[in-house]
Write a protein that binds this ligand. Structure first.
Ligand SMILES: Cc1cc2nc3c(=O)[nH]c(=O)nc-3n(C[C@H](O)[C@H](O)[C@H](O)COP(=O)(O)O)c2cc1C
Length: 287
């Protein structure tokens, strides 16, 4: 799947990605009201990845409805709309409108590490998380994915809370809290100072989250973080994910990465004598 925030904004870019063999597309996170996001610089390259603090720029759901409708006309794969809010009511409002506009599923971004009073502030607080998931569950019939943050002490506890509250699937994970400092100016590089780390450097952290979640939840897990080659995707499957999302590697490898990784997984399954992806999900947990 295409991860949220990377090219998943207009119907055209989603369609381009689809032609490269994705199984599903996740949109940029959308809120109730338009948001400008932060001033540049919002992204910095570091060893093994990127640190970003975009600040959730988006046009707001009312404006975005027509884009969802346009995307639904051109896409054959499922369209998952990513949502953020400042309260359970806001998440529910956006989810309801997105589903009405044609979203096949919603992904609750309760894990953005760089915007105050939303994102990880919700995903780190079991009580608030529970109310957000319950409210969204109550207003829509489409599948609800909950995208969790790795910036917690016990990810499995958070996963259990989301599952109990009605999540149909978990996406693990969003970016890891990080910072980069310019030694000449002696100041943080990003305008927001702190941001979230993505790419290869984040993979072992997100992979461990998937591994720990798989031990404690029943709902499907989607691995996300640093998938750059087919071996990364297979690691996520062995850890317990049923699918993976890819973001940062599109910038370094190009959109052809989706097809290359699918081929790589197929080749691995064949070589190891497995028929389907499902046959290797969670295999690393056996004793
Ligand atoms: C520039 C950029 C923008 C992002 N925007 C969002 C977003 O709007 N919503 C969200 O849930 N995640 C967002 N993410 C996080 C990604 O969806 C993903 O969880 C993270 O980058 C880890 O995957 P990757 O290593 O394959 O990029 C963003 C990541 C980047 C690099």
């Amino acid at each position: 799947m295409l991860a949220s925030g990377i090219l998943g904004y207009t119907a055209e870019t989603m369609h381009t990605i689809e032609k490269n063999g994705v199984g599903a597309v996740v949109s940029k996170s959308i809120g109730v009201k338009p948001r400008k996001g932060y001033a540049n610089p919002t992204v910095v390259q570091v060893n093994g990845g990127l640190i970003n603090a975009m600040g959730l720029p988006n046009p707001g759901i009312d404006e975005y409805i027509s884009e969802i409708q346009r995307a639904k006309k051109v896409l054959a794969v499922p369209l998952i709309i990513s949502i953020y809010g400042y309260s359970a009511e806001e998440y529910a409002e956006v989810a309801e409108k997105a589903a009405y506009a044609g979203a096949d599923a919603v992904e609750l971004n309760v894990s953005c590490p760089h915007v105050k009073e939303t994102g990880s502030e919700i995903g780190q607080n079991p009580k608030v998380l529970e109310s957000v998931v319950r409210k969204v569950r109550a207003v829509t019939k489409v599948p609800v994915f909950v995208k969790v943050t790795p910036n917690v002490t016990d990810i499995a506890e958070i996963g259990e809370v989301a599952e109990k509250a009605g999540a149909d699937a978990l996406t693990a994970t969003n970016t890891v809290r990080a910072i980069a400092i310019n030694v000449e100016t002696k100041m943080p590089i990003l305008s927001n100072r702190g941001g979230g780390l993505s790419g290869s450097a984040a993979k072992p952290i997100a992979l461990r989250c998937v591994y720990d979640l798989y031990e404690r939840v029943e709902v499907p897990i989607v691995g996300c973080g640093g998938v750059t080659k087919w071996q990364d995707a297979v690691e996520y499957l062995l850890a317990g994910a049923v699918a993976v999302q890819i973001g940062t590697a599109i910038a370094t490898e190009g959109p052809a990465i989706f097809r290359e990784i699918s081929h790589g997984i197929s080749g691995y399954l064949k070589r190891k004598g497995y028929k389907r992806v499902e046959d290797i999900v969670g295999l690393s947990h056996r004793s």
